[in-house]
Design a protein around this ligand. Structure first.
Ligand SMILES: C[S@@+](CC[C@H](N)C(=O)[O-])C[C@H]1O[C@@H](n2cnc3c(N)ncnc32)[C@H](O)[C@@H]1O
Length: 241
């Protein structure tokens, strides 16, 4: 079902890669089915058990509510474009809001949890320095909207060790290849780098938990056997002091 009336906020111009993301996910009708059926995402949803409670913001939600909502009193689903619900329906406390991770159209200090599930690698733009700054800005935005003691929960596909450096070195080439494939620009981080950046954004008690992969995952828009993909999965939890 398409939700035709998400809250609209006066948004700034979207960046080039935000436009590509919005077009790509708007046109990807099978995304919900793939996330709902592939074992890797069942594992990642399970990793969110007991993490989300109270007033929750799901940044880059894509309309995917695959986690336990029993303890959630309000669920704000932020995305670049109108998100759709498919399969399992949203809880009654859910509402979609148009906006970007780097400029959340939400009040300061009002939320208990910010979830970023499979969105951080999409905050890429132009070159490595710009990409790093956008992730840092998204973490600062999470910090801003959380109440003291609130938690940022990141569920992310990450690169092991040295491959992050290889990706960084290959950034200009990857950008051209992905553009040729019609895929938005992405940059997969090391879990340790994301944890460090969360600390730099002002979070404390930062923990990293590996999340087991299943046999299948999505890679560059395709269903792939995980054994062919170097990407791993991790949950990073950080607290606003
Ligand atoms: C891979 S999907 C993840 C969807 C869902 N969170 C999940 O776990 O399946 C990435 C989502 O992030 C959204 N997105 C990409 N860049 C964004 C940004 N700058 N701000 C907000 N959402 C963004 C995309 O539109 C898309 O819905």
């Amino acid at each position: 079902m398409s939700n035709s009336n998400p809250s609209r906020t006066p948004s700034k111009q979207r960046t080039a890669n935000e436009d590509r993301n919005a077009d790509f996910f708007d046109g990807w009708g099978e995304y919900h089915d793939m996330v709902g059926s592939l074992d890797t995402y069942a594992n990642s949803a399970r990793a969110l058990d007991s993490e989300l409670a109270g007033r929750v913001v799901d940044v880059g939600s894509g309309g995917v509510v695959n986690y336990d909502c029993a303890a959630i009193s309000e669920l704000v689903l932020v995305d670049l474009s109108d998100v759709k619900q498919a399969g399992a329906s949203w809880p009654a406390c859910a509402r979609p809001v148009l906006g970007s991770a780097v400029e959340l159209p939400l009040e300061t200090g009002g939320y208990d949890c910010v979830l970023m599930q499979m969105v951080v690698h999409h905050l890429a733009e132009r070159d490595f320095a710009t990409t790093r700054e956008r992730v840092a800005q998204a973490f600062r935005e999470a910090q801003r909207v959380l109440r003291p003691g609130g938690r940022l929960v990141i569920l992310e596909s990450v690169m092991p060790g040295v491959l992050e450096w290889a990706e960084r070195w290959a950034f200009p080439l990857t950008r051209r290849i992905l553009a040729g494939m019609g895929h938005p620009l992405v940059f997969q981080w090391r879990a340790g780098t994301l944890a460090k950046m969360a600390g730099q954004a002002g979070f404390s008690e930062v923990s990293i938990t590996p999340v087991p992969r299943g046999r299948w995952m999505i890679f560059l828009g395709r269903r792939m056997p995980t054994m062919l993909v170097p990407v791993r999965f991790a949950k990073i939890v950080a607290t606003k002091a």
